[in-house]
Design a protein around this ligand. Structure first.
Ligand SMILES: [Zn+2]
Length: 166
């Protein structure tokens, strides 16, 4: 082990075993130099306005600490915005497939109106069925994620269709 690594390992261990030491020294330091850190960060952000990595890490820590709160907020939002949330999930899955093109929730809503909220395959209407976005030419066969390549199908027709082109 290199000395540098050893030192780092040692101080990490020490901090872990003595969390109060760190707190205490921080407190003392702050009391002694109340403006030092303020000034330091002000200069730092001025010097590196684009370096937001620290802030991202802070956000992540903040999220981790308040995870339950955020999750409950998410759940609440999802139950109030079912359509939007479905669209987001779908868009995310499509993005993960590296699909080309995109469409908005509005375009999808307009398309459903155009189809009269009816599944073109089995002719059943919403709310008896729930219309899902089907790619006319499947993404796996090079189809785009643009609205022109989307048709509303109910869940059962969509899963029956699978990767075929109809
Ligand atoms: Zn159907």
């Amino acid at each position: 082990m290199l000395k540098k690594d050893y030192d780092r390992e040692y101080s990490r261990k020490y901090r872990k075993e003595h969390p109060e030491w760190k707190k205490e020294s921080n407190r003392k330091w702050k009391e002694k130099y109340p403006d030092y850190w303020k000034e330091y960060w002000r200069k730092y952000h001025k010097k590196y306005p684009r370096k937001s990595r620290n802030r991202q890490a802070e956000k992540r820590i903040y999220y981790q600490r308040n995870k339950e709160y955020f999750l409950s907020k998410c759940r609440e939002w999802r139950s109030k915005n079912r359509e939007k949330s479905r669209h987001q999930v779908k868009s995310y899955k499509v993005r993960k497939k590296n699909a080309i093109g995109s469409h908005t929730l509005d375009e999808w809503e307009t398309l459903k109106v155009k189809y009269g909220w009816t599944c073109p395959d089995c002719k059943k209407r919403e709310p008896e069925i729930i219309l899902t976005e089907d790619h006319i030419i499947p993404l796996s066969k090079g189809g785009l994620n643009n609205i022109e390549n989307i048709q509303p199908l109910c869940r059962s027709c969509n899963s029956k269709k699978g990767d075929r082109i109809i």
